[in-house]
Design a protein around this ligand. Structure first.
Ligand code: ATP
Ligand code: MG
Ligand code: FE
Length: 337
């Protein structure tokens, strides 16, 4: 079985081919235009997807070494995401499936981030269900109980900003380029995470709130600049390390509580922020202390990619869960129960 996966929900045009659960290709074209604006500009994202989609599909097929006539099904991101961006991938997927007369499979982007863990890779084990997944991305922060690859339960989520936004907005305040997550990660490696203290937001249950943290950072930076106009430049490593520390520590608090309450010792992380080295190390220590099974995605599966869409599509293919030509994108979309 060959599944083509198309991802176009935000600022990555990405297409992959899987044979069963083995990856044959995963072409990721990250749109550079947005860096100039300090955030994703929806209209520019749609235009870039239109320009990229045909060459990226061609390259994914070529790298996989197959012709499009050999494909078994087309999987695509239906949502959540930017409407105009999704529309490009959805329309392309529909046309291709119609032209080839093969099944069309809609995929939820947030489920796909999690299901990337099921792509078979040498030296990597696949989590057994049920397990807990902390999904931390540019638009979402969720603690999900994965009952099966087709059944998900959100146990907690952010009430406002996502963890990725806390990174990106914080980075912007410090004058770092967009997207700021990787820049904070890099600067923080040379800094002291306990130098400055930021208070963790308090929200009931397993939910999160991140919007207060960036405000706290803003006031902290303003205060520092009053004393010394070069405060940020001189202390950037310690500020990044301390700000990153509070985000990661806060993420872990709730995850630990969920693992305990659910009595599950398998934890996975997913989404762009799962590339963060401080988060990865903190989780590795936690896993060692508690004898927990930890699943950390390869870097290529952290941020948006077509392979995770094809993988999610493969599970639906096996269960014959198909869409028809009437399908439309959804900018908000719940996980399947
Ligand atoms: P969603 O999946 O919620 O629709 P998205 O697709 O835009 O949102 P992803 O592509 O999964 O999000 O992740 C992008 C986010 O990951 C950005 O906020 C980026 O700053 C963050 N990120 C990437 N690498 C790192 C890192 N090393 N440390 C912290 N954050 C990171
Ligand atoms: Mg992105
Ligand atoms: Fe994403």
């Amino acid at each position: 079985v060959y599944i083509l996966g198309i991802e176009s929900s935000c600022d990555e045009t990405s297409v992959a081919v899987l044979r069963g659960n083995k990856m044959l290709s995963n072409v990721i074209c990250t749109q550079e235009v947005h860096a100039n604006y300090g955030g994703v500009v929806p209209e520019l994202a749609s235009r870039a997807h239109m320009k990229n989609i045909v060459p990226v599909v061609d390259e994914a097929l070529k790298k996989a070494g197959i012709n499009k006539e050999e494909l078994s099904a087309i999987a695509f991101t239906r949502g959540p995401g930017l409407m105009g961006a999704l529309l490009v991938g959805v329309s392309f997927a529909k046309s291709l499936a119609l032209g080839l007369d093969i099944p069309l499979i809609e995929v939820n982007h947030m489920e796909a981030h999690i299901l990337a863990h099921f792509i078979e890779m040498e030296g990597r084990s696949i989590p057994e269900c049920p397990f807990i997944c902390l999904t931390v991305s540019g638009g979402h922060t969720q603690i999900v109980k994965v009952n099966s690859p087709l059944s998900f339960e959100i146990l907690g989520e952010t009430l406002d900003d996502a963890a990725g936004e806390a990174f990106d907005k914080g980075a912007k305040l410090m004058g770092l380029p967009y997207p700021g997550g990787p820049h904070i990660d890099k600067q923080a490696r040379e800094g002291n995470p306990l130098k400055y203290e930021f208070t963790k937001p308090s929200v009931p249950g397993y939910n999160y709130s991140f919007s207060g943290l960036k405000t706290a950072l803003l006031y902290f930076l303003e205060d520092g600049m009053k004393q010394n106009p070069n405060f940020i430049q001189e202390h950037i490593n310690d500020i990044c390390a301390s700000y990153q520390h509070v985000i990661v520590d806060y993420l872990l608090d709730k995850v630990k509580a969920v693992l305990k309450a659910e009595n599950i010792n398998r934890l996975a992380i997913a989404g762009g922020v799962s590339a963060n080295s401080y988060l990865r190390n903190a989780l590795k220590s936690l896993a060692e202390e508690n004898g927990m099974e930890l699943y950390i995605p390869e870097f290529q599966f952290c941020t948006d990619n077509g392979a995770m869409i094809a993988m999610a599509g493969y599970f639906k293919y096996q269960n014959k869960i198909f869409s028809n030509q009437a399908v439309t994108p959804k900018n908000r979309m719940a996980l399947q129960k």
